[in-house]
Design a protein around this ligand. Sequence first.
Ligand code: SUG
Length: 416
Amino acid sequence: MSLTEINFDGIVGPSHNYAGLSLGNIASAAHAGDPSYPRAAALQGVAKMRGNLARLGVQGFFVPLPRPNRALATALALDGSEPAQLRAAPWSASSMWTANAATVSPAPDTADGKCHLTPANLVTMLHRAQEWPDTKRQLEVAFANRDHFTIHDPVPASFGDEGAANHMRLCEEHGAPGVAVFVYGKAGGAFPARQHEQASRLVARAHGLDPARTVFIEQNPAAIAAGAFHNDVVAVANGRVLFTHAEAFADQAAAYEAMRAAFPALEVVEVPASAVSLAEAIRTYLFNAQLLTLPDGTMALIVPEECRESAAVWGWVETMLAGNGPIRQVIPVDVRQSMANGGGPACLRLRVVCAPQTVDPRFLLDEAKADLLERTIAAHWPEQIDPADLGSQVLADSVIAARLALLAALDLAELG
Ligand code: SUG
């Protein structure tokens, strides 16, 4: 069976809102209190998926998790006297950022030849820590074929794990054995380091990765301080290529050396701080891009529209394209509703290298299903949510009904 990379995008949930819940995520803080547009947000996500379906011929998705989360609301003993951010947590649509759903090690990299997935515990942020039980349930349905997939329990809560956002894979081609690069942060800075080194090491052991083809790298504390709360805000890898900011890692030269020792064919496309500062990289999310191998073997970088609007970033992109590097196209997409909460094109997808026929087909997109998603979203997703509305029963009823309508349309009522 031939293995291919499938991007599973998170469908933006009907409760998408801006409550400013993520300390260290500059966009989330900057937009706290703004009205959100869940319908527009979800349609932007479907448009991105449609583009990639046309480019790659394959695209997957995950459905939003149940919100508001009654169990969390009860556990928080909400009575109206609490801070607004606590009240908002059970409403978070943050599962849309499926790069944080799990860490994935494809079959060619693991000791038993199966694809291993570990749901991320996301313990650092309350609103994200509620995700994993429902995420795990969904992974168990989508990847139910036990001959091909193993779904683990999350890492124990002492060690923060944020999933694939801090994991990169280098390989000659997606179906060939790869090198896993785990990037962790060290605590002690102004903002939380959300990926613990021991979480990464534990996942690597649990997945049966070969130590000779596994690399652990420390994130640059200055990048975390500048708002790179996940490594995928400052670096992305695909095939032989690492596309990275020059200040992504604590010791940049040592990081390249360690990757090259495990994967000699490594090609680094580095953006110097003199061309794009860390702050501008984080504002525009140039690196929170999908680096895709197209059917003709060339690579395309799917970036947020915000990149085209930045003179520094677009200037660097044009110079890069005029050269002879491995990235031959840069394609902007509009995911502004997600961007305002710190989620770019790469945050919105989980990459799973597998044979498409081993995946539950209900999670795979085609044009007709994209139409169905758009119709369902247009009919049921709230047009606008004001953070002050969070807690309202009327809004709760409409958000719950919208999700159930989606599950019914996709024949996924079992996830209700
Ligand atoms: O965890 N934002 C998410 C963004 C996640 C981006 N993912 C990756 N980089 N892979 C986060 O910080 C905002 C929530 C709010 O403020 O309502 C939020 O959770």
